[in-house]
Design a binder for this molecule. Structure first.
Ligand SMILES: Cc1ncc(COP(=O)(O)O)c(C=O)c1O
Length: 382
């Protein structure tokens, strides 16, 4: 060990107005959902994404579950998802009895390989879920064309992508719906939280009902009906205004958070370039037209042995690094609930073994970044 404090993989940033807003929300005597801070946070998200409505949720997972209910999936319907992603993209649809169909990722961006999507479509396919890994956009023209040709809905899992753009257009604005995460590991966070972005006005009324336990309570609170009733299926997906207060402060500081994160991302990318090239380590690829939000920084080591050894080496230098997604298509639940697209997912299997993420959080500081870079550069390849 180094004698220096360990650099954690992530430390949530405390933004300027967070503590005053938390005091305010407790004083205002309104801590349940859809209060003043919920409205403020939703407005800020609408301005960032251009979505016609934004509904805060208790997580990205719940926003994805809402999208699955909105699709009115029937048992046996299929939803195309990348194998290289977080479990919620598959689980949310399996919960509705639908079959997640796993597609491999591209070796450069690690996003769903759009060239493999069409072969995964069957007459039961209803939707394509895309995940902008690390906030680097998927090939949205190609995905959009395939979806249009086959009459499918595109859903963006934009957990990594808030603030990212593709050809000048905000991520989260391409799908009919998009799901955001405000988990503490995300660029802006409230511990646990999320949002469903709606880019089709026809979805706003049903989505409000789903989020309010299947009732028209939102309309009741706006004075549009004189009582609220059970209208359709739904659940309790509404976060407390306490969380929305924290989130509002974070969103108001978005530019400052992003400035700091981009500075760290750039230093990793530039200062590790020589070492990476010498040792056949791949760095993130950001294609033309993609403006990413510096959500995470990763390296692809030559193999699993070196990936594990690098994580151990960094731990010995007081730096916490992390691997990322285990392939979904080989997970125990995938065998029960999903199917794999023709050709399997060989790239996902390789990437899952090789990827290591470095600490990246707004308060890491210059000295912290230097320590991480030095620690990586002293690793001896096996
Ligand atoms: C791509 C992706 N989607 C969804 C989630 C789930 O987010 P949440 O914890 O807000 O449900 C994660 C979690 O990190 C994620 O990486």
């Amino acid at each position: 060990m180094t004698g220096l404090a360990t650099i954690p993989f992530n430390r949530p940033h405390i933004s300027k107005n967070e503590l005053p807003y938390l005091a305010e929300v407790l004083r205002q005597g309104f801590t349940s959902g859809d209060g003043p801070f919920t409205r403020r946070a939703a407005q800020l998200l609408r301005e960032m994404t251009g979505s016609c409505q934004v509904l805060l949720t208790t997580s990205c997972t719940h926003a994805l579950e809402m999208s699955a209910i909105l699709l009115d999936l029937r048992p046996g319907d299929e939803v195309i998802v990348p194998s290289f992603t977080f479990v919620s993209a598959a689980n949310a649809f399996a919960l509705r009895g639908a079959v997640p169909v796993f597609v491999d990722c591209r070796p450069d961006t690690l996003n769903i390989d759009e060239r493999l999507v069409e072969a995964a479509i069957s007459e039961r396919t209803r939707a394509i879920v895309v995940v902008h890994y690390a906030g680097v956009a998927c090939a949205m023209e190609a995905v959009g064309e395939i979806a249009e040709r086959h009459g499918l809905t595109v859903i963006e899992d934009n957990a990594h992508g808030l603030g990212g753009h593709y050809r000048g257009r905000p991520l989260g604005s391409f799908g009919r719906m998009a799901a955001q995460s405000f988990h503490e590991t995300k660029n802006v966070q409230c511990g646990e939280g999320g949002a469903l972005l709606l880019n089709d006005a026809a979805l706003v009324a049903p989505a409000e009902i789903i989020r309010e336990k299947g009732t028209d309570r939102s309309r009741f609170f706006r004075g549009q009906v004189d009582k609220y009733r059970w209208i359709d299926i739904g659940s309790s997906y509404l976060p407390s205004d306490v969380l929305a207060a924290q989130l509002t402060s974070q969103l108001e500081c978005f530019d400052d958070i992003q400035f700091r994160r981009h500075a760290i991302w750039r230093r990793y990318h530039e200062e590790l370039a020589g070492w990476a090239a010498k040792h056949e380590v791949a760095q993130p690829v950001v294609p033309d037209g993609c403006a990413h939000p510096a959500h995470l920084y990763y390296l692809l080591l030559p193999d699993l042995r070196n990936r594990q050894a690098l994580i151990d080496h960094l731990a010995g230098k007081g730096v916490q690094a992390a691997f990322h997604y285990q392939p979904l298509h080989t997970a125990p639940a995938a065998l029960r609930y999903g199917r794999v697209a023709p050709g399997g997912c060989p790239v996902t299997e390789q990437v899952a073994d090789r990827l290591v993420r470095l600490p990246l959080f707004a308060d890491l500081g210059e000295a912290g970044v230097t320590r991480v870079i030095d620690a990586v550069q002293t690793y001896k390849m096996r």
